[in-house]
Design a protein around this ligand. Sequence first.
Ligand code: G6Q
Length: 545
Amino acid sequence: MTQTPLTEMTAWKALESHAAQMQTKHLREMFSSDPQRGERMTAEACGLFMDYSKHRIDDETLRLFQALAAESGLEDRRAAMFRGDKINVTENRAVLHTALRAPREAVIEVDGHNVVPDVHAVLDKMAAFAESIRSGAWTGYTGKPIRNVINIGIGGSDLGPVMAYEALRHYSQRELTMRFVSNVDGSDFAEAVHDLDPEETLFIVSSKTFTTLETMTNAHSARVWALGKLKHRDAVAKHFVAVSTNAGEVAKFGIDTANMFGFWDWVGGRYSMDAAIGLSTMIAIGAENFRRMLSGFHAMDEHFRTAPLQQNLPFLMGMLTVWYTSFFGAETVAVLPYDNYLKRFPAYLQQLTMESNGKHVTLDGRRVNYQTCPIFWGEPGTNGQHSFYQLIHQGTRLIPCDFIGFAHSLNPLGNHHDLLMSNVFAQAEALAFGKTAEQVKAEGTADWLVPHRTFEGNRPSSVILAEKMTPEILGQLVALYEHSVFVQGVVWQIDSFDQWGVELGKVLAVRIIPELESAVEPTLKHDSSTNALIRRYRRMRRNQA
Ligand code: G6Q
């Protein structure tokens, strides 16, 4: 696939010179010259409202965003994704996470086969299983109901489920203990099970490939742990289920494939929390709430697919990220949810954004001559305010922020919620408008202290508001960021759906394992640093023994 190189596009060049002008403008002037700006530069869709007025943009910027989208073929690429074309070119796969939340009557074809009935068959099977766990009808090998559910998975088979469980905990069945094991560090598994009874514990082994080192190592340890008490191999069928695309490996592990929940190669790991990978979520919150979450995803899909670009939330969010990354030298984006239930949302987004767009080669194999994905990070407000916000306000870097807040708390408690939300509005205001030296002086501050107490402002942010944290809103929020990532990938001309960058380390680790475990001193053929580290580690291990 050959495209006009991005930096040679007319709209890109126009944005470049426009950015040079915009860099000299302050949000203070932009607001004072346009009293309607705060009302005007907003967009709303299916219950999510976004104020993007505190960004360093004007109407010309928005016009050029659209021109760049047109020149990049964004709308065609979007149609290709929704249609099931193989837009993940390096893996020759369709990218159809949107089919996972399509209504039953939809028709979406991959290689001439309508995948929607398959999606709903799996959802129905998940719902029946989830219900049997929640009701106590499914019992363990010794006849006790399941009280503990442990998802074993990593990356895309972990981050979504953990995030969604935390986000929707309010809706969860509290009698069930939900835990998540991902790290191959034995401490992760040991801590997850230390107070649990195998007779009451169900493991969901979540792995698309069912070959991932970390997951399979944890799954084997889980089987040893469970059979340590349950004694009989037949117990595996009552205490282990699998979420995978690999029936052969699932059966080899000893899991009855009747208890396997499938998905497909057109679902990328980091886009799979609403596929069967969400089984733990469904067990926690119930099938009805899970379907509510899917309807939220679908509503945002439809918004992204059909809304005009000037009101299209994922488009605006995606282009703003391109704007700051490519023209303002911003290296990071802070995602700051003012809702404790979203505490794992930034971690989830790190994989979604950075594994998708952390690439330096274009679809046609050229090295890019512009920056691609920024680093996404964040913590829930207000905790971050007492930690790293100093740098966002007065540091030397430009850090665009996404503030996410809700009108209603799920746990109304005195005036906590107004206090929480006052901080969202105050932080966005302080970042944009700062505090001038004149204002600081007027407060009677000593001259020498004035520079320290001055806030230059002009620091951009979006404020995203919704009524309250519901399954629908979670689906919408995740889909918003998924499609924003898509927009960025299209503009940057990269394949957002592969992840070759995680391969090399995996291969090298497999080579090193026997060198660490071998009883005789191995002949090491790495570089001098790696050789010396391996030798030192082996010595340290011997000493401890
Ligand atoms: C996500 C990646 C990656 C993947 C994990 C787990 O997009 O593909 O994070 O989800 O490596 O893979 P398995 O599900 O195959 O164990």
